[in-house]
Ligand binder design. Structure first.
Ligand SMILES: Cc1ncc(C[n+]2csc(CCOP(=O)(O)OP(=O)(O)O)c2C)c(N)n1
Ligand SMILES: CC(=O)[C@@H](O)[C@H](O)COP(=O)(O)O
Ligand SMILES: [Mg+2]
Length: 637
């Protein structure tokens, strides 16, 4: 359902249309853009607070820059709804994050204005710098290269790698730091404290504006004046802040902090910055959720991605369950970790900036000195956990499967080669859903099962998750547990802990002719498929293998001795996944059987509800049943 835009926004189908308006109209355009985001997200869901926080910045950028020739890169991209609406996608925006519709993040193949595909944080400065260096090397017509990065994303190490390089690059890169003191949860770390110092230092800010007015204007007088100005400015700033400016120490000229909600001032500042040579950073202070009171003044974590809500009252709609609902896997993780930590004082918790997303916040609240949010720093989270483990502690390091991709070497090099007892909990494993391919946890089985010493497990339900966590806490080595986004199947999940011997699978259902081997939560789809098939007179067996590594060899000998037709099912990539492991084992042990693997094919699967993507790839319950039917001998006469 198309939502009607405001009078001016209705006339803007590109930044060129935006530029036709006098600057006196910019405030109204911001108001209409903000309202359009509220109107759409309240009905269709998605990320919310971040886009509201950069409405003025987005309008100012597209008003001043000559996009798409001037290249604009958004970090993470969850804040780019305004960008999408102003760049020709207003009338498709109601399809945002919906199967077959717009992506929830900038995507190159979606628009020429989306100069770089994003979704994982802290990549924007590297990408924009690459574009800037390439333009210079190819002697392309002068254009601007701008990275917009949040204070949370600035805690990602990659951002510092990029600034370290930018500082010695002969480019005119503009970095815009969108500082709202928030990540998804409140931002953390020494960088946050530093930014707060700058933002709240009255002496600095009062003098800074005066200095800028003088120096900023003078900066148009050739490069020699530039040198002097830059030194004078840097010296004044350091003196006022009684510390050197972090960014200027990296040879980035620092400007700000400026009010990120004053669209006309932002436009003036950006116009000035365009003419100042060399890499520079503009520090913008904004409020996440700005302009929508419940998001601006309420729990900003909740309003990061609230789902659908009543835009008048601010009431967030909850799906009221008719029957007692199973909990989310993340909640089972969070509560179980506290239970285990109460019994075992060696257990610690580590999350890279996802306290609420992973439910690590439950332990952070209950045991604040034993659970750590380390910022958007997955590599650090893993090796920090390895350090804890060397001192006899048992860290549970919880990282979304997709974000774990960023810490692969740390798992291999720092944890597994040293055989340290770190428990890696991979939440959002399998299809993530509406976040799409940048967030699908599609590859972790494949990239983990080849690492020596690492146990690779996946629970089929909440009870299994609890018992795997319990078993992992006493396993003297690296142990990974993967589970999906969303709910399990057991409303009564607080069961007593039981050890699961490493590598032990289990039979779910006896059967004949065909054996279905599943791994993880997707096994519940196999249960549904078997229920369908039983009504059709078919009787496949079903095994929950529980472990990809080590495989339950005793069970596999039993299966391949009894069945000549096997179907494997995984919510993960087929290339090198669980099905591949089973086939390798079968060949190594000289069994012969017809094996059909169900899972994620070797292609990019876009966004949609999880069940829509499972159906697209043929491993929803009906897909599994269809596979059994196709493998079953011709209908019995
Ligand atoms: C590598 C990686 N880790 C974690 C995330 C999850 N994530 C998405 S947005 C976000 C917070 C970003 O904070 P900030 O950059 O300050 O943007 P804001 O939401 O405040 O506008 C996080 C942690 C991610 N997208 N990428
Ligand atoms: C933009 C981003 O990366 C996060 O907001 C992510 O979308 C969170 O995913 P969940 O909603 O599954 O916690
Ligand atoms: Mg932020």
């Amino acid at each position: 359902m198309l939502i009607q835009p405001g009078e001016l926004l209705a006339q803007i189908n590109s930044p060129a249309d935006l530029k036709k308006f006098p600057k006196e109209k910019l405030v109204q355009i911001c108001d209409e853009l903000r309202q359009y985001i509220v109107d759409n997200v309240s009905v269709y869901g998605g990320h919310f607070g971040a886009s509201l926080g950069v409405v003025e910045l987005t309008v100012a950028l597209h008003y001043v820059l000559n996009t798409p020739e001037d290249q604009l890169v958004w970090d993470v991209g969850h804040q780019a709804y305004g960008h999408k609406i102003l760049t020709g996608r207003r009338d498709r925006f109601h399809t945002n994050r919906i199967y077959g519709g717009l992506s929830g993040f900038p995507k190159r193949k979606e628009s020429e204005y989306d100069t770089f595909g994003v979704g994982h944080s802290s990549t924007s400065i590297s990408a924009a710098l690459g574009m800037a260096v390439a333009s210079k090397y190819r002697d392309l017509p002068k254009k601007q290269h701008v990275a917009v990065i949040g204070d949370g994303s600035m805690t990602g190490g990659m951002a510092f790698e990029a600034m370290n390089h930018a500082g010695v690059s002969d480019t005119n890169l503009i970095i815009i730091l969108n500082d709202n003191c928030m990540s998804i949860d409140p931002n953390v770390g020494a960088l946050k404290d530093y930014l707060t110092d700058i933002t709240t230092s009255r002496t600095y800010n009062k003098a800074k504006d005066e200095v800028w007015k003088i120096l900023g204007k003078l900066s148009k007088f050739g490069s020699s004046a530039q040198e002097v100005i830059s030194k004078v400015e840097g010296g004044i700033k350091s003196a006022l802040l009684n510390q050197s400016n972090l960014f200027e120490s990296l040879n980035l000229r620092y400007f700000g902090p400026v009010d990120g909600h004053d669209v006309n001032h932002l436009a003036e500042v950006l116009n000035d910055l365009k003419d100042i040579p060399g890499p520079k950073i503009l520090h913008c202070v904004t409020v996440k959720g700005k302009g929508y009171a419940p998001a601006e003044n309420g729990n900003q974590t909740t309003w990061h991605a609230p789902g659908t809500f009543d835009k008048v009252t601010g009431e967030i709609y909850k799906k009221t369950p008719s029957t007692p609902q199973a909990p989310k896997y993340q909640e089972v993780f969070g509560h179980t970790l506290v239970e285990l930590a109460e019994q075992n004082d060696k257990i610690m918790g580590v999350t890279p900036a996802m306290p609420s997303g992973s439910s690590m916040n439950i332990m952070m609240k209950a045991m604040p000195d034993r659970a750590f949010d380390v910022g958007i720093a997955e590599q650090h989270a893993v090796t920090f956990s390895a350090g804890l483990a060397t001192q006899g502690l048992v860290p549970f390091c919880n990282i979304y499967s997709t974000f774990m991709q960023r810490a692969y070497d740390q798992v291999l090099h720092d944890v597994c080669l040293q055989n340290l007892p770190v428990v890696l909990c991979l939440d959002r494993a399998g299809f993530a859903g509406a976040d799409g391919p940048t967030h699908h946890g599609a590859y972790d089985i494949a990239f983990f099962r080849c690492i020596p010493n690492l146990v690779v497990s996946a629970p089929m339900n909440e009870e299994e998750l609890r018992n795997m966590m319990y078993s992992a806490s006493t396993h003297n080595g690296p142990y990974s547990i993967r589970y999906p986004r969303g709910k399990g199947v057991m409303p009564e999940w607080r069961t007593a802990f039981e050890q699961i011997p490493v590598g032990q699978g289990r039979i779910i259902k006896e059967g004949e002719e065909i054996a279905i081997l599943s791994i993880g939560h997707i096994g519940n789809y196999a249960v549904e498929a078997c229920e369908k098939l039983t009504k059709e007179g078919l009787n496949p067996a079903h095994y929950d293998m529980r472990f990809v590594k080590p495989l339950d060899e005793e069970l596999l000998h039993e299966i391949f001795s009894k069945f000549k037709k096997v179907i494997t099912v995984e919510d993960g990539c087929l290339m090198g996944g669980f099905g591949s492991a089973v086939i390798e084992w079968m060949m190594d042990h000289e069994y012969q059987a017809q094996v059909k693997r169900l899972g994620i094919p070797d292609e990019v699967i876009e966004h949609g509800e999880q069940i829509e993507l499972h159906r697209e790839c043929g491993f929803d319950p009906e897909g599994i049943a269809a596979a059994v039917r196709s493998m079953t001998a011709v209908t019995k006469i």
